[in-house]
Write a protein that binds this ligand. Sequence first.
Ligand code: NAG
Ligand code: NAG
Ligand code: NAG
Ligand code: NAG
Length: 345
Amino acid sequence: MAFWRFLGLLSTLLLLLPPINSTASIRLQVVRRPTPELPVFREAPAFRNGDECGSKEADRIHITMTLDANYLRGTMAAVLSMLQHSTCPENLSFHFLSAHDEAELNSSINSTFPYLNFTIYHFDSNLVRGKISKSIRQALDQPLNYARIYLAPILPGNVERVIYLDSDIIVVDDIAKLWKVDLEGKIVAAPEYCNANFRVYFTNNFWSDRELSNTFNGRNPCYFNTGVMVMDVGKWREGGYTSKVEEWMLVQKVRRIYQLGSLPPFLLALAGNIKAVDHRWNQHGLGGDNFEGKCRGLHPGPISLLHWSGKGKPWLRLDSRRPCIVDHLWAPYDLYRSTSHFLEE
Ligand SMILES: *[C@@H]1O[C@H](CO)[C@@H](O)[C@H](O)[C@H]1NC(C)=O
Ligand SMILES: *[C@@H]1O[C@H](CO)[C@@H](O)[C@H](O)[C@H]1NC(C)=O
Ligand SMILES: *[C@@H]1O[C@H](CO)[C@@H](O)[C@H](O)[C@H]1NC(C)=O
Ligand SMILES: *[C@@H]1O[C@H](CO)[C@@H](O)[C@H](O)[C@H]1NC(C)=O
């Protein structure tokens, strides 16, 4: 989009800076560049299955992510990281949700991952537009950020279980291990954080209203991050959870019961009733502080998935040459083709 074009242009200019006399050639490069709407990526190699991979449809692993021009570089890196660490990479099926530019995204993914089994679904922003309340961070108010609430109605009926992942993650373990979690009848599995102060996710309006705060009666609600979830899509459908989350979004419109975007209504509908998985599956917060953009270090313990939740994104910080240390863990999965390649072509 405009932003990427600007970024590309900027780096073209920077690359050409040393020979100061080349104003004319700058113009030429800019004009000759095939002005893509989307960033351009290198082609990833083919990843092949190990011998132990099954051929039954039941062996297939379904993963869903959103696709957006601003986060595409993150999505591409996330997909590469999963393929690279999978014993059965050919049995991963990706279900991408996009609010626009499907045809372009289709060919971008196809040319980056020619061997990938994927489908793009259109996410109709109008589903949520009237239901979104302004949060403390503008990025959280994007309709696509709410697409995770609509996985059940959008995904085909034969997808019974899915792993939902944000675009700012890297998987450094076999995703099949997360896939195989025993949900024990629950609708969602995710790492749970019972030491976090759960009250801060809701306003005083919420806690001081007896009826509203009774929502959590009989549950031991803990914070969980909705950026990494295993979901039983069938049970979600049966339980009508899309409507349940939507109802809370409508309460929010009138009562202002929370500050963040799509997370709190999820917590209202599900917290205290999920299957907890090991914290190694969501080392979150690597994007840094919500307000000040500070760097964060890794939490202690083993790691299967790194998550740059928070304000900062590794690709932006690397480009600005002021990366956080954890961003160097993201960089090896970056498939973005820098502008220097355009100059060689
Ligand atoms: C897994 O991949 C192998 C190798 O391509 C294929 O033969 C098998 O049918 C696949 N299984 C599923 C469930 O996709
Ligand atoms: C993407 O391309 C495939 C294969 O060419 C096609 O079958 C599919 O309909 C396309 N999807 C979109 C959303 O354009
Ligand atoms: C995907 O890429 C292959 C070549 O790798 C090409 O033959 C095919 O037409 C492409 N499909 C789409 C939808 O871009
Ligand atoms: C791709 O995945 C779908 C399920 O999402 C499956 O029905 C289809 O057979 C797969 N295609 C290939 C070529 O494996």
